[in-house]
Design a protein around this ligand. Structure first.
Ligand code: ZN
Length: 397
């Protein structure tokens, strides 16, 4: 069977490369996935997916097989923007190949992973999907903006409940089993405005924030270092204020804080930690987690808060062990497990809903979001083979 898989993957190699190039050639910033979704939907129809659906926020999904165990593959369809085009040596929406490497925006993060997933599923329909499985492919939206929002919608509104999730984000062909989380915080403080000619008569809201900012800066040095996920982080990322006009002392000031969370930290513990700082005890502040609303159609809205929990899969978890077994057989070496430095849809699937989740994908993390965005053809082939072997490994389980 393994020789047959290898043969079929190589037989489809040219089409897989072409499909990856096509995906790259269509710009798909968050919320504007329409064109790329059309291409992916066409491919899903060709493969023979059942019940192909586009949900109210734009996620595209469909299923193969009718077994009782549901395995979901997640590939986000959006990419970050190009930035300054002058920094690109290769045209970002061309998918040019040089020395067996495909270049362009999204090559690594994660149009390569999306293409390999669909080709793996295509080959699986030819050699047989295990009877006990139903496979759901999700082309998710807006991951680069609000990772996990897509899966909150899929689970809470679309009622998709997979037993296991495979994220196809770039992992340089290694098995990823966790990531840091993050929460956005908005801290406001009030003052009393006074004429700029008599500032002492008022309370300057910006001055109120100074000791708070200083305490946050000191806190950064003392945050917890997690043995698996690395150091927790905090930084003030933006300041706003308002006053009747620029010749009056401000009566309101706001800072935005980016807080990266490691294990045993949550939105609640991060806020509690701030409230225990000296400045927060003496100056009146309000701390919020900003909420975002996605307009669905003329009436419906989907609102969620800007909290993306960290997650870790136990190395001994049967799903991790199963993936490691498949890896050993394919690569003939011991797998190195990794924790992603960035946040993914796992923040929802594992972080919020506790569904066993692993990551595996072609492309190197260091190329993601850069003008060097690229994926090696060799990695596309190996990832396709890994997904097929992983699904086939459910046959007797
Ligand atoms: Zn990504």
């Amino acid at each position: 069977m393994n020789n047959k898989i290898n043969f079929l993957v190589n037989e489809k190699k040219d089409k897989l490369i072409k499909f990856t190039q096509e995906l790259i050639s269509i710009p798909s910033p968050p919320g504007k996935e329409d064109d790329v979704r059309k291409l992916i939907k066409g491919e899903m129809e060709h493969i023979g997916f059942d019940d192909i659906t586009i949900d109210a926020i734009g996620n595209l999904y469909g299923s193969l097989g009718n077994g009782s165990q549901i395995i979901a593959f997640d590939s986000h369809m959006d990419t970050v923007d190009v930035g300054n085009p002058e920094n690109w040596k290769h045209e970002p929406f061309n998918g040019k190949i040089e020395n067996e490497i495909i270049y362009g925006r999204g090559a690594s993060d994660q149009k390569g992973g999306l293409a390999t997933t669909l080709y793996a599923l295509k080959i699986l329909t030819e050699i047989g999907i295990p009877d006990n499985l139903q496979i759901i492919f999700v082309g998710s939206v807006r991951e680069e903006e609000h990772e996990g929002l897509n899966w909150q919608h899929l689970i809470e509104v679309e009622r998709i409940k997979p037993d296991k999730v495979i994220l196809t984000e770039p992992s340089n062909l290694q098995i990823a089993i966790g990531q840091k989380g993050r929460v956005d915080l908005k801290i406001t403080t009030n003052g009393i405005s006074a004429h700029g000619a008599n500032p002492d008569q008022g309370i300057n809201a910006i001055y109120n924030l100074l000791p708070i900012i200083e305490d946050i800066r000191k806190l950064q040095k003392n945050l917890h270092i997690d043995p698996l996920l690395g150091k927790a982080q905090i930084s003030v990322t933006a300041i706003e204020s308002s006053s009747p006009n620029i010749n009056a002392t401000p009566d309101k000031a706001i800072i935005y804080v980016d807080r990266r969370l490691v294990s045993n930290e949550s939105d609640i513990t991060a806020i509690e930690q701030l409230k225990n700082l000296e400045s927060f005890k003496t100056i009146q502040t309000r701390i919020f987690i900003p909420e975002y609303t996605v307009q669905l159609n003329s009436r419906k809205k989907f609102t969620f808060k800007s909290y993306y929990p960290s997650w870790i899969m136990d190395q001994k978890h049967p799903f991790v062990q199963q993936a490691m077994g498949v890896y050993r057989e394919q690569f003939q070496e011991e797998p190195k497990l990794k924790y992603w430095p960035f946040s993914t849809n796992g923040a929802a699937t594992k972080g919020i809903f506790n569904i066993p989740t692993i990551g595996f994908g072609p492309g190197k993390e260091e190329h993601a979001h850069t003008p060097e965005d690229q994926v090696a053809i060799n990695q596309l082939i190996k990832a396709t083979e890994f997904y097929i072997r992983l699904i086939r490994s459910f046959t007797h389980s």
